[in-house]
Ligand binder design. Structure first.
Ligand SMILES: [Zn+2]
Length: 208
């Protein structure tokens, strides 16, 4: 694991495994899946590199107009133990200047999506109780309802696909429209996934 790995719930540096603990540990959150450095991988390599990942790697395909793939980040200390994935996209929202979209798939309890969303809880379950879904995406062809979370400086939507949390988080807040644009998500672990995806520079927000 590279030295840059940190806590997926708070971003703090981690204690590596030692004689007392077999896991990476955050001083605040205890045992966690270490969040790896952001990368800008060749997507054609992912089906092989992530064949054993436990969670999908969601990419909208086709990409929305003007949007580019701008990075990936995973939590887990080897390819067989990946518990969360994040894909970054940058493009044109409703506001002037670039907008960012991060799509997270994660096992419950991982906390990367909540950290990116800026909410206090690790999992979003409580937000589902009283509200109706506000939009949907298709995930591997399945209609997947999404709920909007009350966050002020960004747009946060969450749902569940295949037993994993699915988060879509966009900046600035006015970039919400891209999430309402009938996105069809494909899983980049699939060898049939396209390799020639338009790619930009690594998203600073994903790397920070
Ligand atoms: Zn932490």
């Amino acid at each position: 694991v590279p030295a840059e790995s940190c806590c997926p719930r708070c971003g703090a540096p981690l204690q590596p495994p030692n004689l007392m603990h077999s896991d990476y540990r955050c001083s605040l959150h205890g045992s966690v899946a270490p969040l790896q450095r952001a990368t800008l991988p060749e997507l054609a390599d992912l089906p092989h590199a992530l064949a054993d990942a436990a969670v999908p790697v969601w990419l909208p395909w086709p990409l929305p107009d003007t949007w580019l793939f701008t990075g990936m980040r995973v939590a887990g200390d080897d390819p067989a133990c990946i518990r969360a994935t994040a894909i970054g996209l940058t493009g044109q929202g409703l506001s002037d200047g670039p907008s960012d979209l991060i799509i997270v798939a994660e096992e419950p309890g991982t906390g990367m999506g909540a950290h990116l969303a800026g909410i206090e809880y690790t999992d979003p379950g409580g937000y589902f109780l009283d509200e109706s879904a506000v939009t949907k995406v298709h995930a591997n062809g399945w209609p997947t309802p999404l709920w909007s979370l009350p966050v002020t400086d960004r747009a946060v939507y969450v749902g569940e696909a295949g037993g994993h949390w699915l988060w879509l988080i966009a900046w600035p807040e006015t970039a919400w429209s891209v999430i309402h644009s009938d996105l069809h998500l494909i899983d980049l672990r699939d060898p049939q996934a396209p390799g020639d995806v338009p790619t930009g520079a690594l998203m600073p927000r994903l790397a920070s």
